[in-house]
Design a protein around this ligand. Structure first.
Ligand code: B12
Ligand code: SF4
Length: 478
């Protein structure tokens, strides 16, 4: 977003409220001193109410500041977020690069508001949503503006995004709603998975553009750790990426998302040689029937083969299993828990089934035995603490309210971090950092967790410093 804004001739500033030591005060101070054209918020699901309170505070102190909300949560909840708190002036759903440039044109008086793509706003007492746009040429998008960050305050790890959209369509998943569909919800309601899948598109960057970004990240910043954030990476692009690393003897490491039965054994070997440390998989179930209902269309044996192959290549496996998918019984959950133990992967993660906006289940709940409350989007905006307290059920499975459904399986799974309390250790990124720092992962998790808990900035910054030094040395910059 920052690169897109800068290309219009404006400067940008970032206040990362997830960062230890940053607070609302920094935002207020920045607004006071810089008097920005607008303030943008990335809304991603957690901390929404805190951000809305901050937005209200900004409006109270600086009533003329234009407030723009964007990010995945706007794509899921759209105009509801304009009504919530009644504080944002504009919302941008979907992809934001072109939209933000067009919004700047509007704010400068050069473009009519109706022509700003992906924009939601108020007009004459009602809420208007302009038509959306999926960028057609991803190579036209500028590279991420890493200069925006005070990099010394972050671990040296950059994300790379090669494709938007996924060639698959699992029945619970909203990835293609975010990144791969132009079709309106109304036209997909009641349709089956295959029909919905036929509306998906995968857009890819060219290898040349990805190569330039990779070379820039290593040469300019000294970053040698990468996370490929594509939910399902493209096989050809991944192959080129690995081959380029090998051909040029680049001393880099990377992690990304894997998929069962998707990569050949030979490709796994290439991954390993090119520095892949860990892959995150959604294995989802140890029960064949449930896997088919999920639209996974691979077998339990395919899961075993994938894990064996990755392990043989020395790649660490982080695997998510879904609990409480419609049709789950104590027997099917038992199949999953057994498989989980049998696979003996590095990090198993259990995640409860949630209704996701734009997923085939949301479009056709009856087909899956799911009933969805009409006001489910409003209810799903409530913070978790409130939802648990009041047992807010926005959907039910085979007549059983979602909270009861979850509790039925929660006990059996023995999982402690139920719902939205994911642990720091459940991430592939930790594997990368542990490897760079040459610290055992469990120890690194303990150090980071304790530093965050105790607001021990000194320990964190020493770790970050050490990581940068090692990374820059590897990149040949030191
Ligand atoms: C990498 C990743 C992470 C990373 C980095 C997150 C980050 N802050 O960017 C980590 C591991 C930290 C992470 C954490 C979480 N994540 Co995450 N993550 C992803 C992932 C895999 C890729 C994101 C990405 O980089 N995409 C590429 C860039 C280009 O897209 P983007 O960041 O969305 O930005 C575009 C638009 O959203 C928009 N936009 C974004 N911000 C703004 C701001 C303004 C003002 C405007 C106008 C537009 C705009 O324009 C951008 C360019 O087109 C996605 C799934 C996916 N493949 O998309 C999930 C995803 C975004 N994560 C998700 C969730 C739920 C989370 C967590 C809340 C999980 C948790 N329980 O803790 C946390 C939140 C942390 C936080 N507050 O940032 C959900 C969001 C769902 C929702 N309805 O909001 C997703 C979609 C996964 C999913 N299907 O469930 N995540
Ligand atoms: S779960 Fe993964 S493979 Fe399935 S549709 Fe979503 S992104 Fe694609």
């Amino acid at each position: 977003m920052s690169s897109a804004i800068r290309s219009k001739g404006y400067g940008t500033e970032l206040v990362d409220l997830n960062h230890l030591g940053k607070s609302d005060k920094d935002v207020m101070e920045s607004i006071r001193s810089k008097k920005p054209l607008f303030v943008g918020f990335k809304l991603i699901g957690n901390g929404l109410m805190e951000l809305i309170d901050l937005a209200k505070d900004i409006k109270r102190h600086y009533p003329n500041t234009v407030l723009v909300g964007g990010g995945p949560q706007v794509t899921t909840h759209r105009e509801k977020l304009l009504e919530l708190g009644n504080v944002f002036d504009f919302l941008v759903f979907g992809e934001g690069e072109t939209a933000i440039q067009e919004l700047i044109d509007f704010l400068e008086g050069k473009l009519e508001i109706a022509r700003v793509r992906n924009l939601i706003y108020r007009s004459k007492g009602s809420i208007v949503a302009n038509p959306g746009l999926l960028e057609t040429n991803l190579d036209m998008l500028p590279f991420p503006d890493w200069d925006l960050f005070d990099l010394n305050a972050y671990f040296p790890l950059f994300m790379i995004n090669m494709v938007r959209g996924c060639p698959h369509q699992c029945s619970f998943c909203s990835h293609n709603y975010f990144w791969g569909r132009e079709e309106q919800d109304e036209n997909l309601r009641g349709k089956d998975l295959e029909t919905i899948k036929a509306h998906n598109t995968v857009r890819k960057r060219s290898w040349n553009s990805i190569r330039k970004e990779l070379v820039r990240n290593i040469g300019r910043y000294g970053v040698t750790l990468f996370e490929i954030v594509d939910s399902t990476p493209d096989i050809q692009l991944l192959r080129k990426y690995c081959q380029y690393i090998l051909k040029n003897s680049l001393n880099v490491n990377w992690v990304g998302f894997g998929r069962v039965g998707y990569y050949s054994d030979e490709l796994y070997s290439l991954f390993s040689k090119s520095g892949c440390i860990a892959l995150w998989y959604g294995f989802e179930s140890g029960n064949q029937e449930l896997l088919m209902k999920m639209g996974k269309f691979y077998s339990v044996d395919d899961i075993r083969h994938t894990v064996e192959t990755a392990k043989r290549q020395g790649i660490k496996v982080i695997g998510a299993f879904m609990v409480g998918f419609p049709g789950e019984t104590s027997q099917t959950l038992d199949d999953t828990l057994k498989l989980m133990r049998e696979l003996d992967i590095n990090t198993p993660v259990l995640i409860p089934f949630f209704l996701q906006r734009g997923s085939p289940i949301e479009y056709n709940p009856a087909l899956y035995g799911v009933t969805v409350r009409e006001d489910w989007l409003d209810l799903s905006l409530k913070p978790w603490s409130e939802r648990e307290q009041h047992q807010i059920d926005y959907f039910s499975v085979n007549g059983m309210p979602s909270s009861e459904w979850w509790h039925q399986f929660e006990k059996q799974s023995g999982y402690k971090n139920w719902v939205d309390k994911r642990d720091l250790s459940e991430t592939e990124i930790l594997e990368l950092l542990a490897d760079l720092l040459d610290i055992e992962r469990e120890r690194l998790v303990r150090i980071i967790n304790s530093a965050i808990l105790n607001e021990d900035k000194k320990t964190l910054s020493e770790l970050i410093c050490e990581a940068w030094e090692r990374s820059r040395k590897r990149a040949g910059l030191l």
